[in-house]
Design a binder for this molecule. Sequence first.
Ligand code: BMA
Length: 332
Amino acid sequence: MAKIIGKALPDMPWEDKPEGCTEPVWRYSKNPIINRFGNKRSNSVFNSAVVPFEDGYAGVFRCDSRSISMDLFAGRSENALDWKISDEPIVFEDDCDPEVLRKEYRYDARITPIEDRYYITWCNGYHGPTIGVGWTKDFKTFHQLENAYLPYNRNGVLFPRKINGMYMMMSRPSDTGHTPFGDIYVSQSPDMEFWGRHRFMMGTVPGNTSAWQATKIGAGPTPIETDEGWLLIYHGVLNTCNGFVYRMGVAILDIDEPWKVKHRSADYIMAPWELYECVGDVPNVVFPCATLQDANTGRIAIYYGCADTVTGIAFTTVDELVNFAKEHDMNK
Ligand code: BMA
């Protein structure tokens, strides 16, 4: 039995695996949990992050507006299913270089609690996409730090604690457009400002052995610490005659040197099968950005964007994912 190293979260959303289901991940029966109309001006609400906060939950949501501009909005929930999302985008305090606050666009946030702060990373427009970094303690006042990298970069995802005394972040160097390539790297920082010691972690899989991740891959939710290593859920993309298709995969990373991949599944764990994942503003996308997990039971709820339009959740357990990564290991 694999074990989550972390906190108990007995009240997190959960449904047992349906009878007869042989998948490693199963969807919430009432998906999607957030529809297009998550706040006043939203065209779509997806690729968003949530964390346990105080006696409930807090989140940072990607709400694309009716003018199709991308920005981040704070939200709160008692049960992690019904969300109240602010109508006004997050405003960062002016306690940093004004150049950093210059806003072009922001999207696809992750939230990573480290020590007494909730760090937020997102795809931040700065002469092209790069990784924005900020933090909050209360989800009311937000502070922005320096962009982590030069453009162009996407899918910046922090590890939830220092490793060997360093903050560590995954990222996916990219281009200005709908990048037709992309591998995951890990970078280190002593202070959340200067990032270096860049290490290749894992890349696309060319050929015919795991084609769902042949075009590009990117880290998903904050990795989950387990007694088997870091559990990473990520997205993999295949370019088809109808455009990109986004699926989800799982890997287990070395706990001290997380750029070393111990196991990586050749089979996807989840793919766009349901109507709300296949029909929307961008069809055929499941895009995970957060999990909630309970260390006592090993339960995991994955929060994911569906067809770049609505937000869904899906359930699994640490055991399901660890076993799946080992059983379908592409290096076996
Ligand atoms: C990526 C990002 C994601 C989006 C995906 C599919 O490049 O923009 O936010 O979900 O494309 O459109």
